[in-house]
Design a protein around this ligand. Structure first.
Ligand SMILES: CC(C)=CCC/C(C)=C/CC/C(C)=C/COP(=O)(O)OP(=O)(O)O
Length: 281
């Protein structure tokens, strides 16, 4: 018993020490610009499972634990928006057992996320699930809706979890809704026979923006794709016009505090160049 207590004490001391080191490093980093929104393509969970001789599901479990750590680090750094690509519409085409197992895990982890004592509630993080949520099975959809409702009072930062999401679906839907919204005006223009030119005047970028799943969220400053890939895989295409892509070679479950530090240094080195490009656009 004493041994267990001793180990707990040691773990607590180590946590406090790590947190102090993080604080020191973050205060140095905060002298420069820090991204206010980072998005993650959490690639490499299955490869990690294979590498470590684990079941696929355990690779995803390890990925979820890393997500919790990353969330804490981003929060400590003062980031207001964190977005993750958790499940794309294309992922529904994977083996049915894999889809089922990922969905079960997602449900289990959502329950953990919204528990009273969870990190999300302790830090005051609001969760949004963004995507074509009607593609989710009924139990998963109720879980994501409950998570959004239960964290609605949190206001320190926002975690956007993209599920049943692809950018092309997001854009197509937003254009469709923008047209529907302006249907009466479009009909009037058609009747007066002013044609496409008038349509362009009626629906602009701001209208489409308002109908995006990511509406109201400032565009990401950096997208981090783990496992060394440099593709966006249909993620935040509309929102990434002026965004940096950072691709560490580590698989998602291997991502540590130090990878985040390097990503921020990369952002700081490119900050003025990107800022200038944004100004020109
Ligand atoms: C509640 C919540 C937010 C849960 C998220 C859990 C989590 C880590 C999901 C990742 C999902 C996913 C399809 C990742 C891609 O890696 P991959 O599986 O395709 O791996 P690979 O690139 O090695 O094939």
């Amino acid at each position: 018993m004493d041994m267990v207590r001793e180990n707990h004490k040691k773990a607590g001391l180590f946590d406090n020490f790590s947190s102090l080191i993080r604080k020191c490093i973050f205060s140095v980093l905060s002298i420069g610009p820090v991204p206010s929104h980072i998005a993650f393509i959490m690639d490499g969970n299955r490869r990690y499972a294979k590498k470590k001789n684990l079941l696929e599901k355990d690779g995803y479990r390890a990925g979820f634990s890393v997500l919790i750590n990353v969330l804490r680090y981003c929060y400590e750094l003062g980031m207001k928006q964190i977005t993750v690509y958790a499940f794309s519409i294309d992922n529904f085409k994977r083996r049915p057992e894999e889809v089922q197992s990922l969905m079960e895990l997602m449900q289990e982890k959502i329950d953990e996320l919204i528990a009273e004592e969870s990190i999300v509630n302790r830090l005051g993080i609001r969760i949004y699930f963004r995507g074509n949520l009607k593609l989710l099975s009924e139990p998963v959809r109720s879980s994501v809706e409950m998570a959004m409702a239960k964290t609605a009072g949190n206001s320190k930062a926002v975690l956007s979890v993209c599920v049943a999401y692809t950018s092309t679906d997001e854009i197509a839907r937003a254009v469709q809704e923008s047209c529907e919204e302006k249907q009466d005006e479009i009909r009037e223009q058609d009747a007066s026979n002013t044609g496409n030119y008038a349509l362009e005047q009626l629906i602009g970028v701001a209208d489409i923006d308002r109908h995006m799943y990511m509406a109201g969220v400032p565009d990401p400053d950096v997208i981090i794709r783990t496992s060394g890939g440099t593709r966006l895989s249909n993620f935040l295409l509309w929102q990434s016009a002026h965004c940096l892509l950072y691709s560490p070679r580590a698989l998602w479950p291997e991502i540590s505090f130090w990878h985040l530090v390097l990503a921020i240094i990369y952002f700081q080195r490119n900050y003025f160049y990107v800022k200038e490009k944004k100004k020109q656009a």
